[in-house]
Design a protein around this ligand. Structure first.
Ligand code: NAD
Length: 428
């Protein structure tokens, strides 16, 4: 299925609808929660270095803020769509509720390709995004963060623009800032480490020793790199990672039966998570097709690239050896594939649980920024581990007690928490 025909928003709504029905959520709350509270669509004219002006399309979606200010990243992607942003905003609401942090769900995006833009052009785009939105976002309204192809540098330009317009210092306005400028130690590692904290708990519950397992990752960006490092630290063997090859305009995989040297591979990757093929070959990696990550005989699959990667077309290619799928990316499993997986013996750690470490640490960053008092890295990671472990245990306990699929159990907990906040506020 192509990115054009796949609608992640429909997928997010279907997931919500089926759980809302299951738990008997009242009609008005269902209607309220199955769509975003607010959406902003806007154009951003940017002066390019060659003197021309390009107009980019930008979005911000605030799905729900009953439990606290909306929170969510901003993606720069040439194939960004409003339906992707809507789905991601919705998943942020459930994610924040699931790890029990006082934040709601939001997401933003710009249709652009930063790889074809200079630093100055990217800065103007970031500032333009804020100019269009500053009245509708803020530390107590909606707090942005980095996501695919945005980073600390972009966040600081956005913060600076926001502070220039509003005339104050509001470090809690945005997260994912550089550590020297109000960012949190541990934020870079947080999502990937969080993925593995949940995997570690799953292995414990399933009585599987990490040292006896192997894994394949799709993607080798921020999330996959830190998850692969942490998983290796637990004793697991990473046999395969894949990434996008910009030169060939297709994905490719790097495979080594006895295990990849993750630190060396990270050294050979660029800032967009693309691995240098020649260096990888020198390390003894076999270069395979982009979809090989799904087909190899490993115990654990970790999709950590983009949404809609496990589909009805390729789900049957998953090896019989696979015991656990950890959804590190947002929405990597399409609905039909998910229906097949839930009938199988594969244990799934759903995306909004597995990758909640990022937003949890963003919340820690916001707390530190608002207090203007910063914690040591060990303290941040310990708090992160506690939150992720507690969230995993809540979901596992419910799934185990009621014989539920992990995704459904996670949804039940999250939706009930948000619905309760909506009711307590007297909105419905
Ligand atoms: P990133 O941009 O740093 O890395 C993305 C990686 O995916 C790159 O290695 C890229 O080459 C690879 N990739 C892209 N298309 C591919 C394809 N078709 N096949 C194989 N590899 C491909 O992004 P990231 O920050 O690591 O985020 C990855 C996923 O995790 C996204 O779904 C994102 O929304 C989600 N996520 C990220 C965070 C975070 O803190 N960064 C938090 C929560 C969720």
């Amino acid at each position: 299925m192509s990115r054009d025909s796949y609608n992640p928003y429909q997928n997010a709504q279907r997931q919500f609808d089926s759980v809302a029905k299951e738990i008997g959520l009242e009609e008005a709350i269902r209607e309220f929660l199955r769509q975003p509270m607010k959406e902003y669509h806007f154009t951003i004219p940017v002066k390019m270095d060659d003197g021309s002006t390009k107009v980019f399309k930008g979005y911000r979606v605030q799905h729900n803020d009953a439990r606290g200010p909306a929170k969510g990243g901003i993606r720069f992607h040439p194939e960004e769509t409003i339906n992707t942003v809507r789905a991601l905003a919705m998943w942020m609401t459930w994610k924040c509720a699931l790890v029990d942090i006082p934040l709601g769900g939001g997401k933003g995006g710009v249709i652009c390709d930063p790889r074809n833009m200079t630093e100055r052009e990217q800065e103007r785009l970031c500032r333009g995004w804020i100019k269009k939105l500053y009245k509708n976002i803020g530390p107590n309204i909606d707090v942005p963060a980095p996501d695919v192809m945005t980073n600390a540098k972009h966040m600081l330009w956005m913060l600076d623009e926001y502070e220039s317009i509003t005339g104050g210092r509001y470090p809690g306005f945005i997260t994912g800032k550089p550590v020297t400028m109000g960012g949190s130690l541990g934020r870079t590692e947080a999502t990937g480490f969080g993925v593995v904290y949940t995997l570690r708990e799953a292995l414990r519950e399933l009585n599987i020793k990490a040292e006896e397992t192997s894994a394949a990752f799709q993607g080798f960006g921020n999330v996959a790199q830190y998850a692969a490092l942490k998983y290796s630290e637990l004793g697991g063997t990473v046999r395969l990672v894949s990434c996008w090859d910009f030169a060939d305009k297709k994905a490719c995989s790097f495979y080594k039966e006895e295990g990849l040297d993750i630190e060396a591979l990270i050294e050979s990757a660029d800032s967009y998570g693309s691995i240098d093929k020649q260096k990888a070959q020198e390390m003894g990696c076999e270069i395979l097709a982009g979809d090989a990550w799904l087909e190899k005989d490993v115990d654990i699959l970790i999709p950590a690239a983009l949404e809609n990667q496990i589909t009805a077309d390729n789900v049957s290619k998953i090896s019989k050896q696979v015991k656990i799928i950890v959804e590190a990316a947002n929405g990597p499993t399409a609905g039909e594939a998910d229906r097949i997986i839930r009938e199988s013996d594969i244990f799934v750690i759903p995306d909004f649980l597995a990758n909640a470490g990022g937003v949890t640490c963003s919340y820690f960053e916001q707390v530190q920024s608002n207090l203007n008092f910063y914690w040591e890295k060990e303290e941040v990671l310990e708090k992160l581990d506690n939150k992720m472990t507690a969230a995993f245990k809540d979901v596992y306990k419910l799934a185990d007690k009621k014989g539920l699929y992990m995704r459904d159990a996670a949804y039940i907990i999250a939706i009930n928490r948000v619905a309760q906040a909506v009711k307590m506020r007297g909105w419905i």
